[in-house]
Design a binder for this molecule. Structure first.
Ligand code: NAD
Length: 421
């Protein structure tokens, strides 16, 4: 393929060298004369181990060149990849001026009556919605009705890390290809030919948010590790040993477990132990800002779930809550998010029934009993049996766990707050 790369920084230069080494013809465009001169002299425009060799070989074989101006380079190009910078703006959002500028240059250089559409793939990290709300209108403005036949718009995030960028380019953790409606792109398939990684073909916004999710998660992990490290240091505990124990657990700790959006956390252990760690951290001056935010974040999520569950439903309406315990197959109500849901429903004036066959008020004892009656003093009168739950009398059915699968109720009445939204 003939591929144009816009922006010859860390991402663009690496892409240029790696793509050219696969036998494609590459033309790089950058506003920096120094970067363009470096590439045309067969040198990498940025320092990255191994990149000089890839670029000098490709240059010697006539498969790579660079320019500061976009002229006719796109006329016979199959693919254009945009890697210009998106630095932080004054308000913390990405500064989109380089993206807007380069998109306008590309749109103005494109001939509307191209023989084949140009696949225009963005790799710069930018806010979800940028492709549809900024980039596409600029292209449409320049090309009018011919835009959708002249351009195939793609968002293709980059997962390389500087200093191991070439290794990462050829061995990415995943390939994400975002298009309008998640339609497969033949040129993007050809670009990734021979690269072995899971491929996700998704919508533009899902692809755009990927880097935000990944990078924020990495930041959470680093901040959490350092908070635990601080607590250990202040308590004269070996953080090295604690880390060894923590990371050895690939079943619950270093795994996909507990990463799915859906229900809030609850039960007799998580909230209690998080609060206790907050206390220990405060007591030792460990300043664990991330750990300190967890309970508040969880409370915010419970309220969000309540608002979502009653959306469009007038107070006074008859509501069935399915699942009251903190999880399936237990009668433990301690700090169950479903108890908070029930309380919020009652406080807002809904006519509430609760179905959970594991809960038998006469069997509740100790802390479980205290918690249940402290938050739901009228629990005895709220619980209904299966026949009453299935009677069809409820305007809405709120499911908190898979107990809903055992009930026969109208699917259009169900809001499942335990499911991925
Ligand atoms: N560096 C990384 O490890 C990494 C990894 C993944 C994603 N990203 C994202 O990729 C994007 C690029 O990152 P980078 O580190 O390569 O940035 P960079 O600052 O090193 O390079 C950006 C390049 O774009 C050029 N440029 C600016 N406006 C231009 C225009 N109108 N036409 C042509 N060239 C133009 C600049 O001269 C510069 O050389 C950013 O959005 C970044 O967040 C970076």
């Amino acid at each position: 393929m003939k591929i144009a790369i816009f922006g010859l920084g860390y991402v663009g230069s690496t892409a240029a060298g790696c793509i050219a080494s696969q036998g494609h013809t590459v033309v790089g465009v950058d506003v920096s004369q120094a970067k363009v001169d470096a590439l045309n002299a067969g040198r990498a425009p940025v320092y990255e181990p191994g990149l000089d060799e890839l670029i000098s070989t490709a240059r010697a074989e006539g498969r790579i060149a660079a320019a500061t101006e976009l002229t006719d380079q796109l006329d016979d190009a199959d693919l254009a990849i945009v890697c210009v910078g998106t630095p932080s703006g004054v308000d913390g959002a990405h500064d989109m001026s380089y993206i807007a500028q380069v998109t306008r240059n590309i749109a103005e250089a494109l001939k509307p009556d191209r023989e084949k559409p140009l696949t225009l793939a963005y790799r710069s990290t930018m806010r979800p919605g940028s492709c549809e709300n900024i980039i596409w209108p600029i292209i449409e403005n320049a090309l009018g009705a011919k835009a959708s036949v002249a351009v195939e718009l793609v968002y293709n995030p980059e997962f390389l890390r500087e200093a191991s960028a070439i290794e990462d380019y050829f061995n990415p953790p995943k390939i994400v290809i975002g298009t309008l409606g998640g339609k497969p792109s033949a040129n993007m398939h050809a670009l990734h030919d021979g690269i072995d990684a899971p491929v996700f073909e998704v919508g533009l916004r899902e692809a755009e948010i990927t880097k935000f999710v990944d990078n924020s998660w990495h930041a959470v992990k680093v901040a959490f590790a350092n908070e635990i490290g601080r607590v250990c240091q202040n308590l004269d505990i070996s953080a090295r040993d604690v880390h060894a124990i923590f990371k050895s657990d690939t079943k619950l700790n270093i795994s996909a477990y507990y990463t799915r959006p859906g229900g809030a956390f609850g039960g007799s252990c998580l909230p209690k132990d998080v609060r206790a760690l907050q206390y220990i951290a405060a007591d030792t001056g460990s300043a664990t800002h991330l750990v300190d935010s967890l309970i508040r974040s969880n409370e915010a999520h419970k309220h969000h779930q309540f608002q979502h569950a009653v959306q469009g439903l007038e107070p006074g309406a008859k509501v069935l809550l399915v699942g009251l315990a903190f999880k399936l197959e237990t009668d433990d109500l301690r700090e169950s998010p479903a108890v908070d849901m029930a309380r919020k429903l009652l406080e807002a004036g809904y006519d509430l029934d609760i179905y959970d066959p594991q809960i038998e008020p006469d069997n509740l004892v100790g802390q479980n009993l205290g918690y249940a009656y402290a938050w739901l003093p009228k629990i005895d009168g709220l619980l209904v049996d299966k026949a009453a739950a299935e009677s069809g009398a409820h305007a809405r059915v709120i499911a908190t766990n898979r107990l809903i699968d055992t009930l026969s109720v109208a699917a259009d009445k169900v809001v499942d707050v335990s499911a991925i939204p």
